[in-house]
Design a protein around this ligand. Structure first.
Ligand SMILES: Nc1ncnc2c1ncn2[C@@H]1O[C@H](COP(=O)(O)OP(=O)(O)OP(=O)(O)O)[C@@H](O)[C@H]1O
Ligand SMILES: O=P(O)(O)OC[C@H]1O[C@H](OP(=O)(O)OP(=O)(O)O)[C@H](O)[C@@H]1O
Length: 222
């Protein structure tokens, strides 16, 4: 048995919003495995014939699996990738999972300009990205790390602002929050372990080119 997956190409998919589109895109280039489901209790799903293994990981853990080579390849949102600051190759923009990171504040207590929020508290799942953004603006902030429902921060007096993801804008609207600064756009990316890229170059290169063609053929949904 090949416990380390040396002969296999191991691919990490994130659970959640990007799982379905990742599975669909990879299946279009023949990368499938029976039983590959987001909620599968089986943690490694293999296609013995094609020598492919899939692991389905928590979103924030995907860059870690790839950095350490536990997975050769991963799919991850640019936002999570930028926050994780891992040493991996980012080889392809997959186009789906479009959203953007921004700063928002309570509409009712909006201050005149961005700089008026200096030295206040910002709630976020993305403290590194937030810090880089505010440092560039010359603003010192207090960062409060949350793991979900970030929009609650200003509503319950935990913070004066949030740095979070927006897709449709519905969550901001329903909670009377207003975007006051755009930080970065994000889409799903294909990442590759640095050593795997050399040792399994041909397989990985072919896969990347096949995925690129599949995306260019315009069938990818966003
Ligand atoms: N409306 C959205 N909200 C959050 N992420 C989105 C949205 N639209 C696209 N994305 C992308 O999907 C990725 C994964 O989002 P998802 O919510 O599934 O993960 P997650 O929030 O880390 O999951 P969880 O915290 O529930 O484990 C994000 O990192 C982002 O790149
Ligand atoms: O602009 P919208 O389309 O409303 O989407 C944005 C919302 O979706 C995400 O939350 P998610 O559903 O991942 O839940 P979470 O708050 O637990 O992270 C994000 O953190 C926003 O809250």
């Amino acid at each position: 048995m090949d416990i380390n997956g040396k002969d296999y190409l191991t691919i990490a998919f994130p659970k959640g919003k990007l799982f379905g589109l990742s599975k669909e895109l990879f299946s279009r280039v023949g990368y499938t495995a029976e039983g590959l489901e987001e909620k599968s209790r089986k943690l490694i799903i293999s296609n013995e014939e094609k020598k492919i293994r899939f692991i389905v990981a928590k979103t924030a853990d995907v860059p870690t699996y790839v950095e350490y080579g536990a997975a050769d390849i991963g799919v991850i949102g640019k936002d999570v990738l930028a926050e994780a600051e891992k040493d991996v190759y980012e080889v392809l923009d997959l186009g789906f999972g479009k959203c953007h990171l921004m700063m928002a504040v309570d509409k009712a207590q909006r201050r005149a300009k961005l700089a008026d929020y200096a030295h206040t508290r910002v709630a976020t799942k993305f403290p590194h990205i937030a810090e880089q953004f505010f440092t560039k603006k010359g603003m010192q902030m207090e960062y409060i790390k949350l793991n979900g429902s970030i929009e609650l921060g200003p509503l319950v007096g935990l913070s004066e602002s949030i740095v979070d993801i927006v897709e449709t804008g519905t969550t901001l609207k329903e909670n009377n929050l207003e975007e006051i600064a755009h930080i970065m756009d994000a889409t799903a990316r294909l990442i590759v372990n640095r050593v795997s890229y050399k040792l399994k170059f041909e397989r990985i290169y072919r896969l990347v080119e096949d995925l690129r063609s599949a995306l260019e053929s315009g069938e990818a949904k966003s």
